[in-house]
Design a protein around this ligand. Structure first.
Ligand code: ADP
Length: 604
């Protein structure tokens, strides 16, 4: 990475940290300065006190120095404690804001990016790196330590400066002093660099192990996998595998710790060797009468602080350069563009739902794939029509819905709403036209009512009505009615609902949205035949004047639809009413119908 890029990343990182929580940024930086300055107060005033004692100064002067030492130290200590408290509160603020940063990014991404495996891997990696202390968190500690180091280097140099003006100390001794300091800092920073590299390498590998470990915990602790684990006695190989992974991490960590201890030992020997040299130098200067007792104490303490601060500063600069690689990856995630063209046309809000949709020669390939999932789809829906899409698994039905709802844009061709390319409309307004129940819909561990309304505040009467329409009136009879929490993630009193019940709940959510189009993608897969019949027979009434699109693998369920379109290998191969389609004995529909009829009659 070039210096220019380092600078850009550093500036952007600092700006980001500042924007996440100003309180945190300011208080933690100020606290670092306060903490760094603190030891210099007693160093400076104690030296003055010793000199005043040696010179036999009056007791008032001595008392003043004592008062200044204790008073200023206490004041600074109090200020630091207050800043530390502010920083602790700010740290939480900063953490929450950074979590939101991830969440907002994920929500603002195109659906194509969310499904993209590369993006998922990148997100997992940077989240894991952040948990192992890199990117933003590393930046925080680098700033905290680096600022402190900088302050101490400046303070130590200014307090040592008078040493060079002492004529009793020879020029050679002064040069030896400077050379000693530079040498120690240089070697010390080389050693810490080596230490940082070893640590980095370990943590870079740890990202992979941590991901693995997290997946294990999920398997072992998640009740979803609990049944399989027990029935197939899977815990033994899982635990065994986990143990062996942990063992190999421990071995590598022990090796790393050993190496690092060796480096620290070298560093300590070197540092103390130099300190000894400085003491000898100062003592010889004092013996030759060139130094007061107080200044010996002051110089000695300052040199010790200077050495550690200068080495720390070099180390933190090096580490921030290393962390720039992590920040770069972090920013590359934040910078993933949303390639969906965002139009600005507004959509008329029509009570009569008079929206007309047309697929004009639409073909589609998923990103990074060669095969077309949809080919030359031409279709126009009449307003209020009840349309069913049938076909074998993988024939393109869900993809058709994803395109209709603008989760993806067509690779070729165009989709029109009231004659206008849907890309030209405001994205959120266009999305507001659709109520969709996907096969893999998700409910949240909030209350029943909040799930129906997809909102914290909602119309209770409307939510209850939608639950009834969706056939889940039973939910209203639950202990707390609409306020009954579902699942137990947040509330131990939460209720577990069955697959069929959750599908009804998802249907109620779609109804509550009251959009012009209602789309059900295999919505009844987990329903028992009776509930399925209930949903279908009532569906025309539920859907009212809305345009409804149904996807189902059970052909019998689609008979009630005005029109059925048959997908095969990404193409629409037939369309018409059930009676028309079944009449075409060579058609795909006939084939699928017979296959299912055979299956059901065999079972019966
Ligand atoms: P259906 O709903 O009829 O079962 P889909 O629309 O889900 O079919 O799938 C159509 C084709 O697109 C299939 O070949 C499937 O493997 C492929 N496909 C679906 N989703 C993705 C995806 N996210 N990335 C790549 N290919 C996909």
């Amino acid at each position: 990475m070039k210096l220019r890029e380092h600078l850009q990343i550093t500036v952007r990182s600092i700006k980001l940290l500042y924007s996440l929580s100003r309180r945190y940024f300011i208080s933690m930086t100020a606290e670092s300065v306060g903490r760094a300055v603190l030891p210099y107060v007693p160093i400076y005033f104690s030296a003055r006190l010793i000199d005043a004692l040696a010179a036999g100064e009056p007791v008032e002067v001595l008392a003043l120095y004592v008062a200044l030492t204790v008073g200023l130290t206490a004041l600074l200590g109090l200020l630091n404690a207050w800043l530390a408290a502010q920083a602790a509160i700010g740290s939480q603020e900063n953490y929450n804001a950074s979590e939101w940063l991830y969440a907002e990014k994920a929500m603002g991404m195109s659906y194509a990016s969310i499904e993209d495996r590369e993006v998922t891997l990148l997100r997992e990696r940077i989240k894991m790196e952040s948990q192992t202390g890199y990117n933003l968190w590393f930046l925080v500690s680098t700033i905290q330590e680096g600022v402190g180091n900088l302050v101490q280097v400046a303070a130590s140099i200014s307090l040592c400066a008078s040493f060079f003006a002492i004529s009793a100390v020879s020029l050679g001794a002064k040069l030896a002093f400077v050379a000693g300091v530079i040498l120690t800092v240089a070697v010390s920073s080389l050693l810490t660099r080596k230490d940082a590299l070893i640590r980095n390498q370990f943590y870079a590998e740890a990202v992979g192990w941590n991901t693995l470990d997290m997946k294990f915990s999920q398997y072992l602790e998640n009740y979803g996998s609990g049944k399989d684990i027990r029935l197939y006695a899977m815990e033994e190989p899982l635990v065994e595998f986990n143990k062996s992974t942990i063992l190999s991490i421990w071995k590598k960590e022990a090796k790393m710790d050993f190496l690092r201890a060796g480096l620290r030992f070298l560093d300590t020997v070197l540092n103390h060797g130099l300190r000894l040299g400085v003491y000898l130098l100062l003592i010889s200067a004092a013996l030759s009468g060139g130094l007061s007792v107080g200044s010996i104490a002051r110089y000695a303490s300052c040199v010790v602080l200077l050495l550690s601060a200068a080495a720390g500063l070099v180390y933190n600069i090096q580490m921030s350069l290393v962390n720039d690689q992590y920040m770069k990856r972090f920013f590359s995630y934040l910078d993933i563009p949303n390639p969906m063209y965002q139009g600005s046309l507004t959509i008329d809000k029509r009570d009569d739902c008079d929206y007309d949709v047309e697929f004009r020669d639409v073909s589609f390939r998923y990103p990074n794939t060669e095969a077309y999932a949809l080919r030359h789809v031409n279709l126009r829906f009449r307003v209020g029509e009840k349309l069913a899409a049938v076909g074998m698994n993988g024939s393109g039905k869900t993809t058709f819905i994803k395109l209709l709802c603008r989760m993806y844009d067509p690779t070729e061709g165009v989709i029109l709403l009231n004659g206008v390319d849907i890309r030209k409309y405001d994205y959120d307004e266009y999305m507001a036209l659709f109520s969709v129940v996907f096969q893999d819909f998700q409910l949240l561990a909030f209350s029943l009512g909040q799930n129906v309304a997809a909102s914290a505040r909602y119309d209770r009467g409307r939510a209850a009505l939608c639950l009834e329409k969706a056939g889940f009136a039973k939910g209203l009879g639950m202990p707390k009615g609409l306020d009954t929490p579902i699942y137990q993630h947040f509330d131990p009193q939460g209720v577990e609902i069955s697959g069929g019940e959750s599908q009804k709940l998802a249907l109620a959510r779609a109804l509550y949205k009251d959009a012009a189009f209602i789309v059900l993608d295999e919505p009844t897969a987990a329903l028992d035949p009776e509930s399925e019949y209930e949903v279908y027979s009532k569906f025309n009434q539920i859907a009212g004047n809305k345009t409804a699109v149904y996807i189902s693998h059970r052909l019998a369920s689609c008979r009630f639809c005005d029109e059925i379109i048959v997908f095969h290998q990404g193409e629409i191969v037939q369309r018409g009413s059930h009676d028309q389609l079944i009449g075409d004995e060579k058609g795909k529909y006939h084939e699928l119908w017979n296959a299912q009829a055979q299956y059901y009659s065999k079972r019966a």
